[in-house]
Design a protein around this ligand. Structure first.
Ligand code: SAM
Length: 246
């Protein structure tokens, strides 16, 4: 997969992709990341990346011309057409399903906003989709782009050493993941659940599964309802599910 990132502050990406799984994926040739400075498209004709908002109001808005020209030029750098993503708090919220969808693309072009955001015409002109990393406002899209790259990389086949771990972890199954323990078996009186030391794999699997279900029920009732709804047999109508799908 190739990921291009367009930003006013490309220096922020400095080391972040040089560690752990992302680094290994790059070294293995599974992932190519290219960062691009928006200023490369502002120093000529357009002079600046931002301007005051029409209609007044606080802050500045990123101008549409350099953004569109940059996206077009970056698109040309590879034969694969990129899926263009504008990081935005107004976007579709990133979750593991969206991550999996993005991980299936051969190429992504992530656009990081700054200031009050980007001129609204940008998305229409480039076909960019807006993606949010959560219901809070960051000062720029760079950190959000890092989140997307990190989460997507885990799902590139071959990027994670033990591929079972991405199958089992939180959200992949519709549930939060069970707890983990390692040595020592007792620390300050806190014991590892004995079943995990029993060597009985079936019992361990059952214990972990029950823990996952309990954790999800207690911490994320929204996820739990969706999970329980999916498991209802087709012959037995579930009023909850019916209500949600209508
Ligand atoms: N004025 C905007 C609003 O109220 O929706 C917030 C702009 S924010 C200060 C600047 C940039 O940070 C945005 O253009 C976007 O690229 C990025 N950003 C902020 N919060 C984000 C989030 N939750 N998810 C993705 N990107 C975000």
């Amino acid at each position: 997969m190739r990921v291009d990132i367009l930003s006013l502050l490309p220096g922020m990406f400095g080391e972040v992709f040089d560690h752990g799984i992302v680094r290994r994926a790059r070294q293995a040739g599974l992932l190519q990341i290219e960062t691009h400075a928006l200023t490369d498209w502002t120093e000529g004709r357009f002079q600046r990346a931002d301007d005051a908002p029409y209609g007044g109001g606080p802050g500045m808005v990123m101008r549409v011309e350099p953004l569109v020209e940059a996206v077009e030029a970056i698109g040309e750098l590879d034969a694969a057409e990129p899926r263009v993503v504008l990081l935005s708090p107004r976007g579709r919220q990133l979750d593991q399903e969206v991550v999996a969808e993005l991980a299936r693309e051969p190429r992504l072009l992530l656009v990081a906003g700054r200031y009050e955001g980007v001129d609204e015409r940008f998305t229409g002109l480039t076909g960019a989709e807006e993606i949010s990393v959560g219901d809070y406002v960051l000062s720029g899209g760079e950190v959000a782009a890092m989140v997307v790259v990190d989460a997507v990389t885990r799902l590139i086949p071959g990027a994670v050493g033990d591929s079972e771990s991405v199958v089992q972890e939180s959200f992949a199954t519709g549930l939060l993941e069970h707890a983990h323990y390692t040595r020592p078996p007792v620390f300050r009186g806190e014991e590892v659940p004995p079943v995990l030391l029993s060597g009985n794999h079936q019992a361990v699997r059952r214990f972990r599964r029950e823990q996952s279900v309990q954790l999800t029920r207690n911490r994320r009732p929204d996820l739990f309802r969706a999970f329980a709804g999916q498991r209802e047999p087709a012959s037995k109508p579930n009023p909850d599910t019916k209500e949600r799908s209508s």
